[in-house]
Design a protein around this ligand. Structure first.
Ligand SMILES: NC(=O)c1ccc[n+]([C@@H]2O[C@H](COP(=O)([O-])OP(=O)(O)OC[C@H]3O[C@@H](n4cnc5c(N)ncnc54)[C@H](OP(=O)(O)O)[C@@H]3O)[C@@H](O)[C@H]2O)c1
Length: 326
């Protein structure tokens, strides 16, 4: 099959269209003829050799895809050949075929474009796990999301809005802030010009937010802790700004704060299947109705993967960059 192959880790130029063996279908898995895959920030790290795939996962990049089921593994029930699916992957998406545990697949509803659906699984399941399951965001609560224009941010805005929560985001330009507001953010702060902790205090009348979804890490830790309400939860899912910081433990005690870290990729398949089931039970109707939709910055061809990585590194995008495969 055709796939993006990497001979040696390195810059964008190592992403070359080549051929790779067809993946071997195991029990409990389905084979998907991939329609599209989507870029995630972690792909940039993996390309450089800094985020190796978990044991047993494909070494090909790509944490999600959409497509059509072309073969069922032994013991798979509930799916048929020809079904339109979107899937969370531990790797392998930048290719014509993937095999994945059947539990990591979700149906693509009739009104959702098959190519665009590739932009949903990773961001929706990450936000659901961290903001709703770990963070416990409720209707009427406040969420702060850093990087509102990211794939993760655009999903978080929509899901929080659907849940009846209020959302504050940070983003690096006025244009991205405006687009976040259009998508449903109550407040969007240009972090290059304003202090987000001050903006949070103003928006919440000094009370702070209930949940923070943070992918910046060290430089935002102090401001994040200052922005949490009593009993608030800070969920760390990325460290784009750095990994080492001092923490004022007094605030954690006195204001009963929780700081959690979380990754999705290396979780056992059974946990991912349960996560996908719970996400569909809570937000499946919103996906089917289009109230939660992939925010697509652009659709590139598979052989343009290097160009996609360059654009993501430059943070020019708003939402998801997709790679059309079929
Ligand atoms: N732990 C997990 O399971 C998990 C799963 C998925 C993703 N993630 C993480 O979530 C993060 C987002 O992923 P993604 O694929 O959605 O990334 P993405 O689309 O590439 O977006 C990242 C965005 O962050 C913004 N940003 C950079 N520095 C910032 C700052 N100081 N303050 C606020 N925003 C800033 C940039 O936009 P502007 O600066 O232009 O606003 C950039 O576009 C990554 O760190 C990724 O590794 C973690």
């Amino acid at each position: 099959m055709q796939a993006i192959v990497i001979e040696q880790p390195g810059d964008e130029n190592v992403l070359q269209l080549g051929s790779a063996p067809d993946p071997v279908l195991g029990p409990g898995q389905v084979r998907i003829a991939v329609a599209a895959s989507a870029l995630n920030r972690a792909d940039l790290l993996q390309r450089q050799g800094m985020y190796p795939p978990p044991p047993g996962a494909s070494s090909i990049l790509g944490l999600e895809c959409s497509g059509v089921i072309s073969e069922l593994g032994e013991g798979v029930s509930g799916w048929s050949v020809g079904d339109r699916v979107m899937a969370l992957l531990a790797g392998g998406g930048y290719a014509e075929q993937v095999v994945v545990d059947a539990g990591s697949c979700m149906p693509v509803p009739p009104g959702v474009d098959l190519v665009e659906a590739a932009g949903l699984p990773e961001v929706c399941l990450t936000v659901f796990l961290n903001v709703f399951q770990l963070g416990g965001l409720e209707a009427g609560g406040w969420l702060l999301v850093h990087g509102g224009g990211s794939g993760i941010g655009t999903a978080a805005i929509q899901m929080a809005r659907e849940a009846g929560a209020r959302v504050i985001v940070t983003a690096g330009s006025e244009e991205k802030c405006a687009r976040c507001r259009e998508l449903g953010a109550d407040v969007a702060v240009n972090y290059r010009e304003a202090n987000f902790a001050e903006a949070v205090a103003e928006a919440t009348d000094g009370a702070g937010v209930d949940v923070i979804l943070d992918s910046i890490g060290a430089p935002y830790l102090e401001g994040n802790l200052a922005s949490l309400a009593v009993g608030g939860r800070l969920i760390l899912i990325g460290l784009m700004g750095g990994a080492k910081a001092e923490i004022g433990l007094g605030a954690l005690l006195m204001r009963r704060l929780q700081v959690m870290g979380s990754t999705l990729r290396a979780r056992p398949e059974a946990e991912k299947a349960e996560l996908a089931r719970a996400f569909l039970a809570r937000f499946g109707d919103s996906v089917a109705s289009g109230a939660i939709r992939p925010i697509v910055h652009e659709v590139l061809s598979l052989e343009q993967a290097a160009e996609g990585h360059r654009r993501m590194k430059a943070s020019e995008h708003f939402g998801k960059i997709l790679l059309r495969v079929g």
